[in-house]
Write a protein that binds this ligand. Structure first.
Ligand SMILES: [Zn+2]
Length: 333
């Protein structure tokens, strides 16, 4: 038996995962951020007399929350640094800059921030720096656009663009938004590549294990039960049975553009002839009507909107057939 995808290169595509992580700042950091909006920097005095800036939430010596916060800086000295020759999107400055640990005047610990020194040659340990304040404070760490050398000219343009972008986010007092973004190249396995190429053609392709006879879709390339490479390609119908499901009641940013809103159903759909179910949306009926055993059919996107990197199946929708008997899918739960 020859490998069904021999000769076709595995698919590769950039994969981008992005979401905003929103959380409470808590009582201490809320004060710290609120002070930044007033162009003041606060630290916390610990049980051993040392001043920590930024302030600790719990004393590293006594584990108590800090008492009254104390003003520090705003100038300080660079304790250590590293050069960022090619800044990434979302970083404080668009031009090359230094990440530095800065010990502010009156503080015993250092805080991490960006220093706009113009060049790595201008950076050194012991360099005196001052904050360059953002034009529009928002109660965020980005109210300090960056630090700059005290012996240099005041205020560069750097930092303003990203600060403005940060300002556009909805700033809620006491809350902080941390954008998380991961971009990488994903290389699909030969079996996954065949599955994705099939989707672009409106076909559902799986593989059958030569030992146990189970059909996996999407295929994993090897049978998880037997550990053998699967070589037999199987085309499956686009009808199946809902085995389990959940009703999603929480939306996500940009969802309206997808054409559906909560409550909606994410279900495990067992395609007819498949050994394992896969996850997909079940739309086309009220979320409360979806049930175990419900018969569903794939709703394909128009051919011009299908592809090997985007979802080619829009969702599954009820066929109207009588429900499948529990015994027919019980061992696939
Ligand atoms: Zn097997």
């Amino acid at each position: 038996m020859s490998h069904p995808v021999a000769g076709l290169a595995p698919l590769r595509a950039p994969l981008e995962i992005e979401f905003d992580y929103t959380r409470s700042l808590g009582p201490v950091l809320s004060q710290f951020m609120a002070a930044l909006a007033e162009r003041r920097i606060l630290g916390a005095r610990g049980a051993d007399g040392r001043v920590h800036a930024p302030p600790f939430e719990y004393d590293p010596v006594s584990a108590d929350p800090p008492g009254e916060l104390v003003p520090v800086g705003p100038e300080g000295i660079v304790v250590s640094w590293s050069w960022m020759p090619e800044p990434l999107a979302g970083q404080p400055l668009a031009e090359p800059f230094a990440w530095a640990l800065i010990r502010l005047d009156g503080a015993d610990t250092a805080m991490l921030h960006a220093v706009d020194a113009g060049s790595a040659a201008a950076m050194r340990t012991g360099l005196r720096v001052r904050p360059r304040w953002a034009a529009r404070p928002a109660g965020s760490i980005r109210d300090i656009a960056c630090f700059e050398p005290c012996d240099g000219p005041t205020g560069g343009a750097g930092g303003e663009a990203d600060t403005a972008a940060a300002d556009e986010r909805e700033m809620t007092p006491g809350m902080t938004v941390t954008p998380v973004r991961l971009v990488y190249m994903h290389t699909a396995s030969p079996g996954e590549s065949a599955y994705l190429r099939g989707l672009a053609e409106g076909r559902l392709l799986g593989q059958r294990c030569g030992v146990c006879g189970q059909v996996y879709v999407p295929t994993r390339g090897t049978c998880p039960a037997d550990g053998v490479t699967m070589t037999e390609e199987v085309e499956l119908p686009d009808t199946g049975t809902v085995t389990t499901f959940c009703v999603v009641n929480v939306g996500y940013p940009g969802q309206r553009a997808q054409g559906f809103t909560p409550p909606y159903v994410a279900a495990a759909v067992l395609l007819d002839g498949a050994g394992i179910a896969f996850q997909h949306l079940v739309l086309g009926c009220d979320a409360s009507e979806v049930r175990m055993g419900m018969r569903v059919r794939a709703v394909w996107k128009p051919p011009e909107k299908r592809g090997t990197t985007a979802g080619s199946i829009s969702h599954f929708t009820p066929t109207g057939e009588p429900d499948a008997a529990y015994e027919t899918y019980a061992r696939h739960l």
